[in-house]
Design a protein around this ligand. Structure first.
Ligand SMILES: NC(=O)c1ccc[n+]([C@@H]2O[C@H](COP(=O)([O-])OP(=O)(O)OC[C@H]3O[C@@H](n4cnc5c(N)ncnc54)[C@H](OP(=O)(O)O)[C@@H]3O)[C@@H](O)[C@H]2O)c1
Length: 344
């Protein structure tokens, strides 16, 4: 394969994910420059052909596409805000930020980056490091359409790339939503194994049943999605009232078996709220409306910016759906990136 014409790429951040990203670019013949805050993490990549930059500034200057994948946005800000790093260097380049963060953080960083004459793409990596560059790896991406068109080929070294449009926050929203679904599943698994473990049933013996049960339950998701989109939650074989009654047994069994119910309690409370809102005859999808219409918890920091806060959770009413969350979030946010990074 002729790889001579592959564009150069820079990867900033050589944790488990950054190393895998850089490795995939190298495997695909991209001249790859790497930088990491702590020295020494690029050694193996250098042996495979990467160039290790001495500073983040040197790394940014080396390529038209700069991929950043560090722990969080604070780390991104620290790197981009280091004196002398960014000014004049980002202009004309594309910053692809694959660091996990919130839609608001992505939108703010997009504005900051475009203010420096650079293009911004935000991404969510839906894979663990060994999957990168292999079938099953998915990178969700949103932001500058021109940059995506120009660099889609480069990014495809990482796996399938799904472009979700111009809103830089959209990839992050999908990423966080998918992770929310994942943690729900993992939380359920942890609870299940803790319960059976309380009677010394080996997890390896019980887990195949969990896997087949969850797979069977997964088939109900498209119907729930359809019910939510149609705002018709009535046709159901498993009504909320029945589920709220049965859920009490999950809590009681946890207590009886000496297993914490901390993961389960919020779901029980939501089911109860559904019944209290006269939605006991509806199906589980009705709870999505309740999640979007409060009550905003006083201890939930996200509630402060919840566009749906204060809306009427009564059956049929759907004020949250009339709210465009992208616009509400954009309008409500102030530019904390500039605050952190300065206007330079
Ligand atoms: N690993 C996964 O399964 C996975 C899957 C999907 C998405 N992600 C996302 O990918 C990103 C990186 O994850 P990872 O697994 O690579 O994490 P990791 O192995 O813990 O590495 C963290 C990286 O962030 C750097 N970093 C942390 N604070 C920094 C700072 N203040 N300034 C500069 N660099 C800093 C670290 O540099 P040092 O070496 O100097 O500490 C290191 O390169 C995260 O946002 C994560 O959510 C990870």
């Amino acid at each position: 394969m002729n790889t001579d014409d592959r564009p150069p790429v820079t990867v900033i951040g050589l944790g488990a994910m950054g190393k895998a990203l850089a490795g995939a670019f190298l495997d695909n013949g991209h001249p790859t420059t790497v930088w990491n805050r702590t020295e020494g993490k690029g050694r193996e990549l250098v042996e495979r052909g990467a160039t290790e930059a001495a500073t983040a500034a040197e790394a940014i200057a080396a390529s038209p596409v700069v991929v950043v994948c560090v722990l969080d946005y604070d780390a991104v800000r620290e790197i981009l805000g280091a004196p002398g790093t960014v000014t004049g260097l980002l202009a004309g380049r594309t910053l692809v930020n694959l660091t996990n963060g919130t839609p608001r953080q992505a939108r703010e960083l997009a504005r900051w980056v475009s203010g420096r004459g650079a293009d911004y793409l935000d991404g969510g990596v839906m894979a663990v490091p060994p999957m990168i560059g292999n079938p099953g790896s998915l990178v969700l991406c949103s932001g500058s359409p021109g940059a995506f068109t120009a660099h889609e080929g480069t990014l495809s070294a990482l796996g399938a790339v799904d472009y979700l449009g111009e809103d830089a926050g959209r990839a992050s929203l999908y990423d966080i939503a998918l992770l929310s679904a994942m943690y729900g599943m993992f939380g359920g698994f942890l609870q299940a194994v803790a319960l059976t473990g309380s009677e010394r049933i080996p997890a390896t013996e019980f887990t195949p049943l969990v896997v087949s049960w969850l797979n069977a339950m997964l088939t109900s998701l498209p119907a729930m999605a359809k019910a939510y989109d149609a705002n018709d939650h009535s046709a159901t074989t498993s009504n909320l009232g029945m589920q709220a009654t049965g859920f009490v047994n999950l809590l009681e069994t946890g207590r009886d078996q000496g297993v914490s119910t901390e993961l389960l309690k919020p779901m029980g409370a939501l089911l109860d709220r559904g019944v209290a809102a006269n939605r006991g005859d509806d199906g589980l999808s009705a709870l999505i409306d309740l999640l979007r219409t409060g009550p905003a918890s006083a201890t939930d920091p996200a509630s402060a910016t919840d566009p749906a806060k204060g809306a009427d959770p009564a059956k049929g009413a759907d004020p949250a759906r009339a709210t465009d969350p992208a616009r509400a979030t954009d309008a409500g946010s102030h530019d904390v990136v500039s605050h952190h990074l300065g206007s330079e």
